[in-house]
Design a protein around this ligand. Sequence first.
Ligand SMILES: Cc1cc2nc3c(=O)[nH]c(=O)nc-3n(C[C@H](O)[C@H](O)[C@H](O)COP(=O)(O)OP(=O)(O)OC[C@H]3O[C@@H](n4cnc5c(N)ncnc54)[C@H](O)[C@@H]3O)c2cc1C
Length: 396
Amino acid sequence: MTRICILGGGFGGLYTALNLARLPWAVMPEIILVDKSDRFLFTPFLYELVTSELQEWEVAPSFAELLADTGIQFVQGLVTNIDFEAKQVEVNIGQRSFLEYDRLVLAIGGETPMNFVDGASEYAIPFRNLQDFHRLNSKLELLEASNRDKIRVCIAGGGSSGVELACKIADRLKDRGRVRLVDRNLKILGNSTDANRQIAELALSQRGVWTDLNTRVSQITDSEVTLDYADGSDTLPVDIVLWTVGSTFSKMLQNLTLEHSRQGAIATDLTLQVKGYADIFAIGDLAGCLDSDGQPLPATAQVAFQQSQYCAWNIWASLNQKPLVNFSYIPLGEFISLGIDGATASIFGKFSIDGFPAHVMRRFAYLLRMPTLQHQWKIGTHWVTKPLVELFRKSV
Ligand SMILES: Cc1cc2nc3c(=O)[nH]c(=O)nc-3n(C[C@H](O)[C@H](O)[C@H](O)COP(=O)(O)OP(=O)(O)OC[C@H]3O[C@@H](n4cnc5c(N)ncnc54)[C@H](O)[C@@H]3O)c2cc1C
């Protein structure tokens, strides 16, 4: 039986698997999804865990639940190597095991580089997955339970991750928080629209978040952070440093004998096939796919999600002797959460909306992006009934 192996169950991999299972197969191939985690993570909602606006079951449903009744097999394990000659993937599932494939999808995403400055790997916390959230949350809980007057948090990176984290942490800590956002550029949110940036700047200042621009974090210890300004440097006491700067790839990926582009990403054709390998596709953050102007695509869920549809179709086409189609990215806009119940949205980069309406719009748009109808229904009914249950509780 034809076997399709999909490595990585994130926005690229999981959605490719689900799209593949829905296509009209004469004989359904074996679809195997491999991930080191037992749960999918809807990353745009990871910030909502910090403020307890959402719970883990909403943001990170298990693969077992998502893949029930789909015919897709799930293997929990760490991909450690790929042999392109033997068409075989090596997976550590507690022991070494091997999966053979007819078609392969590479979708294991990126990693946060923690080696930019001294002390980052030891003392700073990245914010990319559930483990990172748990690390941050345990530290915050300890500090909140202490008799400390102020809790000092420094966030490196004024991109959307840094800005969203700063607002959520400021809302969680309220008067006890001393939140500082540091970026080496002259403005935050370098890739966003001016409208989104201005609304975010206002949200940060309303929460008393200190923003240090044109500033570099140069050293981190267990209790201090050193900042290099244009005209000098300063070492400040700190309780938590969060690192949101940059993206890199796992050693395993970097070692593969494939053509790499854009800071180590895997070079693909417009059909999303890895250059030189018609049977291997690469999508999401790890893929060095270019847009119609020859520019690298951003590493976003939006890109990975759209690629998953083309990837599934092209795998189906390649197995059914049909022509493959070129991937074409349509930027739909951007949502940035700004504290509890707040957000800003730009639609097609043209219209902007902010505050509570943007928050509701963001929630609804992301609900529709949840991987399965069952999970959408489960969350949707929870969101509708939750305020009613709370109202009922208060009234009795
Ligand atoms: C906190 C946060 C918020 C974000 N918010 C947004 C947003 O609002 N909008 C947006 O468009 N984008 C957002 N992004 C970016 C978005 O999450 C990524 O661009 C997107 O997830 C990329 O999809 P992917 O499939 O390439 O990788 P991922 O979704 O990261 O999935 C990779 C999967 O591979 C697995 N994996 C990794 N290595 C291995 C291995 N060796 N073996 C087995 N499994 C492995 C991981 O467990 C993971 O499940 C956000 C990212 C973060 C971290």
